[in-house]
Design a protein around this ligand. Structure first.
Ligand SMILES: Cc1ncc(COP(=O)(O)O)c(C=O)c1O
Length: 400
């Protein structure tokens, strides 16, 4: 099986999602629907395994290599810096467990983060005797300079080994100033860990430009793959601070030889690979890899910068319409702090769930993270859809 032939993707054209039920699907920050190329890629893997069973092993080896290269191309990394993992949490956990911690080191997190980027650090703190501290996100929401000032003050206290943050906040859609945060971390010898699931695929992000040390990304939101397959990027200069505590049989150099090359190759002392993919310790999710490869192929055709511009134009219209109806927008004024999420507080904030239900009945899919109404369009949404969404909002408000 080779790289799938993909149909042409066009911004604002949802013909690759013919079965999608909501007329306005504005919920890519939750889970993206599967396009027909994603479905076809999954079906092709199923058919291949049905015919060949273990004979499909060469397929997964090639597919994983191609996928690492495609991901690396998207984020400005090298394929060797990419490990395939099953979700964002896995990447956080792997780094939290493998870091060469010294007891008493500090880990800085942010109040209001999605728990995927909190729980594993709390667990590591218990295991390795670390101290976890939460900084307020509100400083960054007021202005990047204020947020950076507060971060620098916390870093100046000494002993910080790692700062973990989401590239885009799941609730407010606030995009964080990653490069400046990375510089502040590096100035005191700390690493910056980024949860990129609410950014990568729609918000252009280059790991070298942003000077990120670790980036963990699940594939089922803005990348438009399926649940159960994502990636971890490890800056090559940071590999040395990881211990192979999550290594498994496929983490060794030439780990497959004893199965493929006859007698005499079963050994337990082969070195653990010195590349990010040492964390891939066992059999992987080939179906998920095929789905992500197809989804990434569509995004690559369109270009991440064009996707970004397209979604901003959509959100400009939607935000103006909502504000005119009395909603309070949480979208940042500074374009550099914006993402592809628009979260609002309704005129009657107590009834967010009712409003979402009414919108769903009128063909608009959105979500309600911790009490906000969150709209998250992607490349298939056309700005011409916005009047329909606003009509649905009027109907839902009137009903309430
Ligand atoms: C910022 C953020 N991180 C992580 C996740 C999910 O983590 P995982 O991929 O481990 O399910 C979400 C949403 O589901 C999220 O919004």
């Amino acid at each position: 099986m080779t790289t799938p032939d993909l149909p042409i993707a066009r911004l604002g054209d949802r013909s690759l999602f013919p079965e999608l039920q909501p007329r306005a699907y504005l919920n890519h920050a939750a889970v993206s629907p599967w396009s027909t190329p994603v479905q076809a890629a999954v079906a092709a893997v199923a058919a291949y395994y049905a015919r060949r069973g273990a004979g499909a092993i060469p397929l997964w080896i090639q597919l994983r290599a191609r996928l690492r290269a495609a991901i690396a191309g998207l984020i400005g990394a090298e394929p060797a810096d990419i490990a395939l993992i099953n979700n964002t949490t896995r990447g956080v956990t792997d780094v939290a467990l493998c870091m060469s911690w010294r007891p008493g080191e500090r880990v800085l997190l942010f109040q209001g983060e999605f728990p995927a980027n909190v729980t594993p650090w709390q667990q590591a703190a218990e295991l390795f005797g670390l101290s976890v501290e939460m900084l307020p996100l509100a400083d960054f929401a007021r202005s990047p300079a204020e947020g950076l000032g507060a971060l620098q003050t916390a870093l100046a206290g000494g002993g910080v080994r790692l700062v973990a943050v989401s590239a885009v906040q799941f609730q407010s859609g606030l995009r964080m100033p990653l490069a400046a945060m990375a510089d502040a971390c590096h100035a005191v010898g700390a690493s910056l860990f980024v949860d990129g699931i609410q950014a990568v695929g729609a918000v252009p992000l280059d790991v070298r430009e942003a000077r990120i040390d670790y980036l963990s990304v699940g594939g089922h939101k803005w990348l438009m793959g399926c649940e159960g397959l994502g990636f971890l990027y490890v800056r090559p200069e940071r590999l040395g601070e990881l211990r192979p505590r999550v290594a498994g049989w496929l983490s060794h150099e030439d780990g497959l030889r004893f199965l493929l090359e006859g007698a005499g190759h079963l050994r337990y002392d082969r070195p653990i690979r010195r590349s990010a993919d040492f964390i891939e310790g066992g059999a992987g999710n080939t179906v998920g890899c095929a789905a992500l490869e197809a989804a990434l192929g569509l995004i690559a055709q369109l270009g991440p910068a064009a996707v970004w511009t397209h979604v901003q134009a959509y959100l400009d219209l939607l935000e103006a319409g909502l504000v005119a109806r009395g909603f309070v927008s949480l979208r940042a004024r500074d374009p550099a702090a914006r993402s592809c999420i628009l979260s609002v507080l309704p005129p009657n904030p107590g009834d967010v769930l009712g409003l979402q239900r009414e919108l769903a009945e009128r063909g608009v899919a959105c979500s309600t993270p911790d009490g906000l109404l969150r709209f998250s369009p992607h490349w298939p949404n056309h700005p011409d859809e916005v009047p329909f969404v606003l009509d649905a909002v009027d109907g839902a408000l009137g009903h309430g």
